[in-house]
Unconditional design. Sequence first.
Length: 248
Amino acid sequence: MMKKTLAISVVAIFAICIAIAGNFPSGATAVDSSDNGNATISVSGRGIVSAEPNQVEIRLGVETEDKNVSKALANNSFKMNATIEALKTLGISEDEIETSRFNIYTIRDYEREPEEIVGYRVTNEIVVKTSDLEKTGEIIRAAIDAGANNVRGVVFGLNETKEKESKYAAINEACVDAKGKAGAIASGFGLNIVRVVEIKESSVYVTPCRAGGGYGEYAMPIPAPVLPPIEPGEIEVSATINVVYECR
């Protein structure tokens, strides 16, 4: 009776250990049984590729303040128009310039009772998209010289065609990874893979290269020979898939 109880306890402990081990993040790998008696192996595959950026987005803004809302708006419009014209002289077309944000805020003195409006703040922001990455520093410098006083961020990325190609390459790497995992598991258990039962795409991510962002106003003009040195980094594209294989 004692031996029987001991055997049952060992089996129970073994089952618990398997259950606990199955909860650890081991690449979403599992071995199960299918309806026809064959084993199934579930694995996740991950692929990562790097790509050189071929597009840059630069967020530039003009912020002005005045006690009179009309004067604040007029000053802002003058500086933004000058900024856009300066960008055009660098070869940036109208199609590559887009307004991303425009706001007029009241400036209030909360220490007065009752609180009073003491001025107005006008903010106008544009996004410049171009494939000429070498002009990034020139674009920022020209905009600041023309009146822009905010650089909200510089983001290097991929155009639509190159992004799609990189995503497909990452997915292909994920497939190779999943197949390799399944083969190793099957071999370890003395099984042969029969077929693929199910494939699901879990995620595909493109991580752009961000060169700062949220810079404050440039209170002083930049000397003519000086350009901000901005070098683009590589873009990482990753993909994850889940695959179920049948084995016997």
